[in-house]
Design a protein around this ligand. Sequence first.
Ligand code: DUC
Ligand code: ZN
Length: 458
Amino acid sequence: MSDELVFRNGVIVNSDGVVHADLLVKEGKITAIGASLGSGDAEVVDASGRYLLPGGVDVHTHLELPAGGTISSDDFFTGTVAAACGGTTTVVDFASQEHGQKLPEAIAEAHCRAADKAVVDYGFHVAVTDLYKDAIVDLREIVSDGVSSFKVYLAYPGVNMIGDGDLYRVLQAGGQLGATVCVHAENGTVIDEIAADLFNSGKRGPESHALSRPPETEVEAVQRAIMIARIAESPVYFVHLSTRGATEAVAEARLGGWPVSAETCTHYLTLTETEYDGPHQQAMGAVLTPPLRSEDHQKALWQGLDNGSLSIVSSDHCPFCKAQKALGEGDFRKIPNGGPGIEHRLQLLYGEGVATGRVTLERFVDLVSASPAKSFGMYPRKGVIQVGSDADIVLLNPSETTTLSATTSHQRVDYSLWEGKTVPGRVEKVYSAGELIFSGGIFTGSAGRGQFIPRAPR
Ligand code: DUC
Ligand code: ZN
C-alpha cells in the first residue's frame, strides 16, 4: 500500500482563490496540487461536489478553564474532538497565570493539560494577570519557546484585570518581542459598580448580566487600549468584539495606519440580546462575556468583516453545563461566563455568511483559517492549502445541511446556543496531518495525536 493520499475532483478553496485540481498528500504534508496526481496504488478520496478547505484555526478557546468557582466543561480531549468534528484542526487556548504564579509555570501546566489529550494541533496564549518583577524577562523566554502572544483582561477586577500601567508594560514588551497582545476590552471597574446596583435593587436574574455590561463599557476599553498601544508603540489585537462603537474605533485606527486588529465570535454574528428575554435556562446559557447585543450591533459586526476592520471569527468556546450555570441562581454575578461553540464555528459562518451571500467563500476561509494562522505565527504551515503546508483538510459538502443540537454535538455540555437550527452545508470529512479524524459524523482520531505548534513572533 502506498503512503500517498490523493483527493480528486474537489474544489480547493484558499483565501486568495478557488481552483479545481487534485491534491496529493504524503507524510502529513501537501506535496502537490495539479492534474492526475498520485501513483496507481495511492489511496483516493473522491471529493466531487465538495469544497476542500484548509483546516479551521480557532485562536480563542477555553478548555478546562477555572472560572467562577468551577471549570469549563470541555477538557483538551473532548474539546478538541468537538473542534475536529466541526472542521477545526488547530486551536490556540490559554495558559492562564494565577496570582502569585510565575508565567513559565502557567505554561508548563497548560502543556500538561493538553499533551496526552489533544486530538488536533494546539498552541497557547499566555494570559498575564500579575506582572511580578522579572515577568518581562520571562516573557522574552516564553516567546522564544513558541508562545508568541499574550492576553490581558481589562475586566474582572481582583481576578484577572490588570491596570493601565501594566497594560502599557505588556504592550511595550509585545511590541519589542514581536508578540501579539490580545486584549479583553471591557471596563471591569465600571461594570462591577453597575452590577452591584442591579443586584442591590433586586434585579438578580441572568438578564442583568447584559444590563451590567452596556456597549459603552466595551467601546471605552477599546479606545483606551488603542491609545495605550499607541503610546507603547505596539500593535494590539482585540478579542471578542461585540459592538458597533468598538468596531468603528478599530476601523478608525486602521484608517490612520495604526496596527490594530480584532476578532468577533460566531455568537455575536448569529444571536442577539433577545436570548435574555427567553426562558430562564436559555438566558442562563447565554451569559457570555461580553453579552449578546442588539441587531444594530450585529449588523456593524458583519460590516466589519466585510470592510476588514474585523479579520478573524473565533468561537470563544468556554462551555459550562446547566448545573454549573446554576451556581449563579439568584445572583447573576456568579453565573460562570461563557458558552459552547468550538464545534459549529465553520458551519455557522458558512451557513450564515457564505450561503446568505454576506461573505465570499474565500473570505470565509480567510476568517476561520488563513487570517488566524497569519496573525498568530502559524502561516503557511496552517491556514492554506499549498505545497509544503500541513495536510489539514476539510471536506465540506455545500449541497447538504446540518442541524445543530446538543444531543448530536461532541462538546461536553448539555445545551446548545443554536438548538435545532439547520444551516446549509455539512462538514463531511476532516484530515489532520493527512490522517482522517472525522468522517460521516464519527470521530476517528485518537487522544494525544495533536502536536504543540510553536508559533513565530511577528
Ligand atoms: N472572556 C473570554 O474571553 N471568554 C470567556 C469568558 C470571558 O469573560
Ligand atoms: Zn474567551
